[in-house]
Design a protein around this ligand. Structure first.
Ligand code: NAG
Ligand code: NAG
Ligand code: NAG
Ligand code: NAG
Length: 621
């Protein structure tokens, strides 16, 4: 195997160089990046010297600015090129590194006897598997084992260096300083006996008078169902017309994989016409991710696949008969010091998105219900992962991400990671990436309000944490052009409230929202309810895939990267949410207001309006 040969070769080489540190370089080493471990992590011993790491080298892309320009042109309804999405080859051509960058990096690797294991299609990522001791010399650094408060371990460093002449050619190398840890954005699942006992009038903002009898008939806040979503968001009665040319996908990480039998039970009960979706959805396995199998006893014990089940059921409940693709990406097995298997990157998004970009085509809508605090990811790396998402957008796909479940930040964790412990709100990643569409959560129906449910201890004695639709402003990415105006108006209307706790110039999120409290779902053969922006995100994806269906049937291009359209035109096809706030960090958090706000975005979907605004026709009108 390539990996084995490379590491053998390297060990031999390291032996001959044992006294020469740092290793040979044409210019002196200088620190490239420092990034302190986040508070939830504890530094343990030095990493074992023979522990293998799959190193990913991000080579500077030659022309990302051009790619971004294309992305905005083809996504802006006011531009003549609107809808003229790029091909895979167009994108590769725009971002491939210069020969000079590749030559200089290759020269450095060669001097150190290192042969790359693999490249991304555009050669903007170089992969090489090496033992810790070699990487420590190569990057003039020292790796340690770090342990998360939940017991998970990774091998990382808090800073690394490069020969000075390479600084301009390499954006980042990981895993070094990234402590990103994908978390599923689903919270508190209950099986019936528990949730039925709950008092749903808590937390104020109780359901007001239900004026619309149609909605009152099908929507029950203690268990919301596809029938409710179809009525509330007005997809009811729509029959797909372009299922052979349209698709929707969703991603799974952390060992999650959707279970067909649970999905079948769910659809049988709540959307019988779609029951074939349970058998028909495609399962793509990436990097040794979990395959298509029933839950094992161990998985049942751990509650695995609640998230994946929620995702597939929320999508299939509303988007039938649009074909569904599930992507299950393996990744970072937990680091076990005694087992010398290479740990992966702990950066599953990158593995997934690089897989996706290698494909000739992929679904026009893809949803992801995972994220982490932005400050756990170094800025250079967040930027590169975000730039990969821009490539997907340029090719005409809408990428949707959950906004998180902690309002402006998880209570008790709202401090900076710069060694100073400054009090601050905690934005999420990738929610703050400007090239994706971020989805927040609502609850109640007439009107819908911000999804918020205070912590409580259930009859089972288990305490469920606070849950609020994720809300905020990125500290890494500036507000992009499409939202600059509404964000600056929102910030100025806050009149100084929360000054110093967030980045007033940052990319604000979410962009859009939908229901996210107490979704009916099946898991392990049993019905229950589950909440989170994890629910809102696939539901919104399902509705948007129906908009694409109507567009494709009308001879139009699919929506593609949504935000430039949403902020200039599409918002008129949304219900503005104006009550509630992003409760978190021990405060009320950003309020929902008239117009865009940093907790529900522009609002919740009204399907027929969105279709009309996008230029599509509805068959029965
Ligand atoms: C909503 O569902 C709960 C739990 O099944 C039930 O107790 C309640 O009566 C329902 N409310 C309405 C208005 O149907
Ligand atoms: C920041 O908080 C951590 C964890 O509570 C503590 O160990 C550290 O001393 C604090 N640093 C400062 C500068 O207060
Ligand atoms: C999963 O289902 C099995 C079979 O019905 C049951 O014995 C087990 O208790 C369930 N596990 C959980 C965690 O609900
Ligand atoms: C929920 O948030 C409140 C403050 O808003 C805090 O007092 C409480 O401890 C939090 N509960 C949990 C379980 O984190």
């Amino acid at each position: 195997m390539v990996v084995g040969i490379a590491s053998l070769f390297v060990s031999a080489l390291v032996a001959t160089q044992a006294i020469a540190t740092p290793i040979k370089a044409r210019s002196p080493y200088a620190v490239k990046e420092k990034h302190l471990k986040p508070r939830a992590w504890r530094k343990l011993d030095k990493a074992p010297r023979d522990h293998l790491i799959n190193l990913q080298i991000a080579v500077k892309q030659s022309n990302f600015e051009q790619l971004e320009k294309h992305l905005y042109e083809v996504s802006d309804p006011a531009h003549p090129r609107y809808g003229d999405h790029l091909s895979a080859d167009d994108v590769t051509e725009l971002i491939k590194p210069t020969d000079d960058s590749l030559d200089q990096i290759h020269e450095w690797l060669e001097e150190n006897g290192i042969v790359p294991t693999a490249y991304s299609t555009a050669k903007d990522w170089i992969h090489v598997t090496l033992p810790v001791e070699t990487i420590e010399r190569l990057l003039d650094t020292e790796y340690h084992t770090f342990e998360h408060a939940d017991g998970g371990r990774v091998v990382r460093t808090e800073g690394w260096s490069l020969p000075r002449h390479l600084h301009a050619h390499i954006d980042t190398i990981q895993p070094t300083t990234s402590f990103f840890r994908a978390r599923a954005a689903s919270v508190d699942s209950f099986v019936s006996p528990i949730w039925e006992a709950q008092d749903f009038s808590i937390n104020g903002l109780a359901e007001k008078k239900m004026n619309d009898p149609e909605i009152a008939k099908v929507c029950n806040v203690s268990s919301v169902t596809p029938e409710c979503f179809k009525t509330l968001y007005k997809t009811k009665g729509y029959k797909t017309q372009a299922a052979d040319k349209n698709a929707i996908g969703f991603t799974n990480y952390l060992g999650e994989h959707p279970i067909r039998s649970d999905t079948e039970q769910f659809l049988q009960k709540y959307n019988p016409e779609a029951v074939s979706s349970a058998r028909d959805f495609k399962q793509i396995v990436i990097a040794n991710g979990p395959g298509d199998q029933p839950l094992t006893p161990a998985e049942t014990e751990e509650g695995t696949s609640k998230e994946a089940n929620l995702d597939v059921q929320a999508i299939a409940g509303i988007s039938y008969s649009t074909p569904i693709t599930s992507y299950s990406t393996g990744g970072s097995p937990p680091f076990i010091p005694d087992i010398n298997t290479p740990t992966n990157t702990n950066e599953p998004y990158l593995v997934w998105v690089n897989y996706l970009l290698d494909q000739k085509s992929f679904p026009q809508v893809i949803t992801t219900s995972y994220g982490d605090d932005e400050q756990t990811v170094p800025k250079s790396y967040a930027t590169r992962v975000c730039q990969q998402f821009a490539q997907v957008g340029a090719r005409g796909t809408s990428l949707l991400f959950s906004s998180g479940d902690n309002g402006v930040g998880r209570y008790g964790t709202c401090v900076s990671n710069d060694g100073k412990n400054t009090t601050m709100f905690l934005p999420s990643f990738p929610a703050g990436c400007p090239y994706v569409t971020t989805v927040g959560a609502t609850k109640n129906f007439q009107p819908e309000v911000v999804a918020y449910r205070a912590a409580f201890t259930g009859p089972d004695g288990v305490t469920r944490g606070n849950y609020t639709s994720g809300s905020g402003f990125s500290n890494y990415f500036e507000a992009p052009g499409y939202q600059k105006e509404v964000v600056s108006k929102y910030v100025s209307d806050l009149k100084g409230k929360y000054d110093g706790l967030y980045n007033k110039k940052g990319r604000g999120y979410p962009d859009i929202s939908a229901q996210g409290l107490y979704f009916a779902y099946f898991w392990n053969g049993t019905e229950g309810v589950i909440s989170g922006t994890s629910a809102s995100c696939p539901l919104t994806g399902g509705i948007l895939s129906l908009v694409n269906d109507a567009l494709i049937a009308s001879g139009k291009r699919p929506l593609g990267f949504l935000n430039p359209w949403l902020y200039s035109v599409g918002y008129k096809g949304l219900t503005d949410i104006t009550e509630g706030s992003g409760v978190g960090c021990g405060v009320d958090g950003f309020p929902a207001t008239k117009g865009w706000d940093a907790v529900t975005g522009l609002g919740t979907p009204i399907f027929p309006e969105l279709v009309k605004l996008a230029g599509g026709k509805l068959p029965h009108q």
